[in-house]
Design a protein around this ligand. Structure first.
Ligand SMILES: O=C([O-])C(=O)C[C@H](O)[C@@H](O)C(=O)[O-]
Ligand SMILES: [Mg+2]
Length: 429
């Protein structure tokens, strides 16, 4: 069989996806969040799918990249990463990513966050053309299902009055009882066996009480708490001491490798991160100082599925565990996460996923969690199909937006509810 794997067309579709009012230390999720859907079409008419952040800064890099791809081969994935996207310093706002939730922003991370969607789309197209699942292209699966953890959030029942939004049926969760009720719903709907609470929202004692309530309601289940760096070293150590007996790990209790190393050296609980190790350049200091025991990889900003496997190998060499981080994402990304996670041998912690919070998707058939796991598809490519009507509908929402929602801004969403609210100064506690 010969196939023409030359790229004939690349389609980029920015969309806005409904998001519930989930709270974090920076603010609250906006009612709609931007994502970018990438389609790479070969000369033979095979289409590969990818998904990444849809904010303006990513779109501005993705558009010229898409124009340069026709004529290249979907097999030339290494060559893709050689393309200069022109990410100069003017595009980096010297701050932190996603308003302080994904570590420092730098040119490499921005570049890789765009390229990753194109890498996934190329792998999907290769797999569809060759009749092979993506995991086979990555060397083959070592498990038939990938375990995910329930991602618990403090949450309002609804977005503020007067804000256009889609309703959700999760209810509010603003205290220990609400968090436990949310966890029960997660377990009942999806069978999750481990639970992560997004913290940094309320004073630490309230969050300690919520984790204690979870431990009581779900004895023996792995629990995690992630305040996105909102605590001082001293507070982090206090929380570690109070919850050490029930936590699988504490995630990014404090900001920066030196502070994480200080906590790690004295806390009796492993530390995980998706904030102080987010690029290759941050690994050496963090690993040699023993600052983190688990890296939460995210194929979007680590640069795709092959680079996720490379990161897993580096972590294994240092005896550091690996799992996965998640932001708001749809089924294309969940399928990609599942395909690569299926190929990583030392994956001993359930991965994060926001997917249960997303009531909308661009797939003809939603992916399902059964017993907290997603089955690894053996169908060609990622094993998912695009729902074009839904893609068009969510794109219309993006096109009709006045620009207010095209860039994620949790702090701005919070100011709608609390007009006087100032940007939190870290550490908050
Ligand atoms: O630290 C993390 O796990 C995240 O940043 C995940 C998400 O960004 C989460 O905090 C959110 O969306 O509010
Ligand atoms: Mg985190």
């Amino acid at each position: 069989m010969t196939r023409d794997l030359t790229i004939a067309e690349v389609r980029l579709t920015p969309i806005l996806v409904a998001d519930p009012p989930l709270l974090n230390t920076q603010g609250v999720h906006q009612p709609y969040t931007p994502r970018l859907i990438v389609e790479i079409v070969t000369a033979d008419g095979v289409t590969g799918l990818g998904e990444t952040y849809g904010d303006t800064k990513y779109l501005e890099l993705a558009r010229p990249l898409a124009e340069r791809l026709p004529g290249r081969s979907v097999m030339d994935v290494n060559g893709l990463f050689e393309i200069d996207l022109g990410v100069d310093a003017s595009r980096i706002d010297a701050g932190v990513d996603a308003g302080g939730l994904r570590g420092v922003q730098n040119a490499d991370k921005l570049r890789l966050s765009v390229l990753s969607a194109f890498e996934v789309a190329c792998l999907d197209a290769q797999g569809r053309a060759l009749g092979l699942p993506v995991h086979a292209l990555l060397g083959g699966k070592v498990r038939d299902a990938v375990e995910y953890s329930a991602y618990l959030f403090y949450k309002w029942a609804a977005h503020p009055a007067g804000v256009a939004a889609e309703p959700d049926d999760w209810g509010a969760a603003l205290d220990p009882a609400g968090v436990v009720a949310q966890a029960r719903t997660f377990k009942q709907r999806h069978g999750f066996g481990s639970f992560k609470l997004k913290g940094g929202v309320f004073p630490p004692d309230e969050e300690i009480a919520a984790v204690r309530a979870l431990a009581e309601a779900f004895p023996g289940h792995p629990l995690r708490l992630d305040p996105n760096g909102a605590w001082s070293v001293e507070t982090s150590l206090k929380v570690a001491e109070e919850l050490g007996d029930v936590l699988e790990y504490l995630e990014d209790p404090t900001l920066g490798t030196p502070a994480m190393a200080e906590v790690a050296s004295a806390a009796g609980v492993p530390l995980a991160t998706n904030m102080c190790v987010t690029t290759l350049g941050e690994i050496e200091e963090a690993f040699t100082r023993g600052a983190v025991q688990v890296v939460l990889c995210d194929h979007h900003y680590w640069g795709g599925l092959s680079r996720t496997r490379q990161l897993a190998a580096i972590c294994a060499a240092f005896g550091v565990g690996i799992s996965m981080h998640s932001n708001t994402h749809l089924g294309i990304s969940l399928a990609a996460m599942t395909q690569v996670a299926a190929t990583v041998p030392g994956l001993h912690h359930a991965c994060d996923s926001h997917y249960p919070w997303q009531s909308e998707d661009v797939l003809t058939k939603r992916l399902e969690f059964r017993g907290g796991r997603v089955a690894v598809s053996d169908a060609p490519g990622l094993g998912v199909e695009l729902d074009r009507d839904e893609l068009a509908r969510l794109h219309r929402r993006w096109a009709e937006d006045d620009g207010a929602l095209r860039d994620r801004d949790d702090a701005a969403a919070m100011r709608v509810a609390e007009p006087g609210r100032r940007q939190p100064v870290m550490p908050r506690w």
